[in-house]
Design a protein around this ligand. Sequence first.
Ligand SMILES: [Zn+2]
Length: 141
Amino acid sequence: MFPIASFEDAAPAEALARRLSEEGIGAATNDDAGEQLLRFLTPHPHAQWHVLVPSDKVQEALDKLRALDASEQILRFAIRCPDCGSTQIEYPQFSRNTLVGNIVPVAAAALGLVEREFYCTACHFTWPPPAEVSDSRDGAR
Ligand SMILES: [Zn+2]
């Protein structure tokens, strides 16, 4: 399964997965808040609700997303790349494919030396979350 869109909340992610399934693309949702916390020491997860589709359906699903968004605004709550508009984004920006290579940047982010950012897997643009609280209090979205 391959992520094609990410959301801050479960409801719009589940609605999109349901809609894609109706269109014949078996989609699922996954919450990676635990992984963001454990692997990336991220106390305030972002974009943690992913909609996943089978790897061989990615292009079909992305085309379908565009059509559904035009007719039903199904991506209203999706995190979009501000540069290219892609929904294929990750947070934080550290690679999912390496653990050892991330130790220094993850530690630096945990210490506040490096900003955690969204990362666009389509065009490699990075940008900060909209309302990241600098004093690390909860509930200030
Ligand atoms: Zn982009």
